[in-house]
Design a protein around this ligand. Structure first.
Ligand SMILES: [Zn+2]
Length: 158
């Protein structure tokens, strides 16, 4: 199958796809903020300039558009025109992403990747992770003095 649009138009479409990253990122930010967690955004002093940064928990979050970061899901299929070009580009992005995560690990940070196509599951996983790492807002001292953060850990056996 050949592409129905010319190269310039295709580039413009891809650029528009790229900006969608931002709105997905906003969904994550809103959800995290609503859950009571505070964060910084786009800290350039950290590898990969993570989209959200939780300094106290040393946790960096990347919100990835499936196409640009080559998720491998159906949203990340390259266009049929210039297929080789896109595959190479996506491969490079994927390698760079992994390198940044390795660099974060090397300096003692954790990294969480949230994919555009799994946004809700990704947010839930991030909130769990933040709760486990310990945050005042999710740890309640019960009347018997027990620390209870079970609400965020889901159905753990009592
Ligand atoms: Zn995906």
């Amino acid at each position: 199958m050949t592409d129905t649009v010319d190269r310039v138009t295709r580039s413009r479409i891809m650029a528009a796809v790229h900006t969608k990253d931002t709105s997905v990122e906003m969904l994550v930010r809103r959800a995290v903020h609503k859950a009571g967690f505070r964060y910084r955004i786009h800290r350039r002093d950290l590898p990969g300039t993570p989209d959200l940064v939780f300094a106290r928990q040393k946790l960096a979050v990347f919100v990835h558009g499936c196409f640009w970061h080559a998720h491998g899901c159906k949203r990340s299929r390259p266009p049929s025109s210039n297929c080789t070009y896109w595959l190479r580009k996506m491969g490079e992005n994927q390698e760079r992403d992994q390198r940044k995560i390795d660099q974060l690990h090397a300096i003692g940070w954790r990294a969480v990747v949230i994919w555009e196509c799994e946004i809700n599951a990704g947010i839930a996983r991030l909130l769990d992770e933040l709760a486990i790492l310990g945050n005042q807002r999710t740890c309640k001292i019960e009347s018997d003095g027990q620390v209870n953060n079970r609400s965020h850990l889901g159905a753990r056996q009592a």
